[in-house]
Design a protein around this ligand. Structure first.
Ligand code: SF4
Length: 384
């Protein structure tokens, strides 16, 4: 399975390291040993093999945020993207340092919701719906008892720290793709029977979760900043921000049909960041951890097509040679920002750490931490 990118060729099924990569891998191993218990390396499922081979924990953003919160390590090197490292910084103590090996590793979906746009949308939606703002009216963990209907903000983990702060200050909560249903139930309880949720930035996760909970699509308008809503806001249950993931929006119904023509008994599993039409014709959908568990449980000889980032699909194929595992999109699209974490950057930050320098530290300002922490801790306290 080989693809060509503008600057390089990547063979996703060839796990052998070049001599240069081998030398880097050996040096990273030495540096890890020198740093010992002071260091914890976290690796997201979408990272390349030559990164995850060094990770102490591999997982989705939910699992990794829990690992960060539970860790005593002085240095937490986060092999993921910027918003994940921010969340780790919020959840860790002041003596701990969170490091992102390449500061340019962002997330295009997270960038689709900015604080000024969300603040402006918040005011407009409150004015148009007549719903109340929960700010200072719902204590953490309590249900409102004043008979009012509220607008509750819910942000996907894939968002900047200042948005999580906004959400925490307005009685809201963070979700991930592995807990979105439980989080929406939490939010609906606080919104009241006639209240609503403002869900951002990913419209697809919000819509797919709402549909799986039996919410009619007519009750889920999409909000586009500076333009407004495509459906009536009054009576809405979930108001969806217009954001999307450029990797997951590539998976289509046509690809599912093509796979099924080839393997009539094959199974299709996709991530809920995919468009609803693709989710509807798939056999299952869920977070990266759900996909991993799903594939592991399949009997030998199964054919399965997976609609998520290619590094994870290739790793699953490698780990299960007794199953036929392929990416749903044969054009194959890695997440370009996850791919910015090159082993050379990881080696470079570890070299500096052994010299007692702290490079590429992610520091969320104190005035943004309070609300963000509230929104993240609400999430971590809820069972899926
Ligand atoms: S896969 Fe999509 S949502 Fe995840 S980091 Fe990449 S662009 Fe962002």
């Amino acid at each position: 399975m080989t693809i060509s990118l503008p600057m390089c060729t990547i063979d996703f099924m060839d796990n052998s390291l070049s001599p240069e990569e081998q030398a880097i891998a050996e040096r990273i191993t030495e540096l890890k040993q020198q740093l010992g218990a002071k260091l914890m390396i976290l690796g997201h499922h979408y990272q390349r093999d030559s990164i995850v081979m060094h990770a102490d924990f591999i997982g989705d953003s939910f699992m990794l945020s829990q690992q960060a919160a539970d860790s005593d390590a002085e240095y937490i090197v986060f092999c993921g993207v910027h918003f994940m490292a921010e969340s780790a910084d919020i959840l860790t103590d002041d003596h701990q340092h969170v490091i992102l090996p390449n500061l340019r590793a962002g997330c295009s979906m997270a960038d689709m919701a900015t604080l000024p746009d969300v603040e402006s949308a918040w005011s407009e939606i409150l004015a148009e719906t007549g719903l109340s703002d929960p700010i200072n009216r719902i204590s953490p963990g309590e249900l409102p008892d004043d008979g009012k209907s509220y607008l509750i903000p819910v942000t996907y983990m894939n968002s900047s720290a200042d948005l999580k702060d906004f959400v925490g200050r307005h009685g809201g909560i963070v979700c991930t793709s592995s807990n979105a249903t439980g989080i929406l139930n939490w939010a609906f309880e606080r919104a009241g029977p006639d209240g609503a949720v403002l869900f951002f930035p990913d419209q697809h996760l919000g819509r797919n979760t709402g549909l799986s909970m039996g919410i009619d699509e007519s009750k889920m308008p999409t909000w586009v900043p500076k333009i407004g809503s495509d459906k009536a806001l009054k009576g809405a249950k979930i108001i969806l921000w217009h954001g999307f993931c450029s990797v997951h929006k590539r998976f289509t119904v046509e690809q599912v049909d093509n796979f099924r023509n080839q393997y009539p008994d094959g199974l299709v599993i996709v991530h809920p960041e995919c468009p609803k039409e693709t989710v509807a014709v798939s056999d299952a959908n869920g977070s990266t951890q759900f996909i991993k568990n799903f594939v592991e449980a399949l009997p030998a000889g199964s054919h399965v097509a997976i609609g998520t980032e290619i590094n994870m699909v290739a790793r699953l194929a490698d780990a299960h040679p007794d199953k036929h595992i392929e990416c749903l999109d044969d054009k194959i699209c890695p997440c370009s920002t996850m791919y910015m974490i090159h082993p050379a950057y990881l080696m470079d930050v570890l070299e500096k750490l052994v010299m007692d320098e702290i490079p590429n530290q992610i520091v969320v300002p104190k005035d943004v931490q309070e609300g963000s922490l509230l929104a993240l801790e609400r999430m971590l306290s809820i069972k899926k």
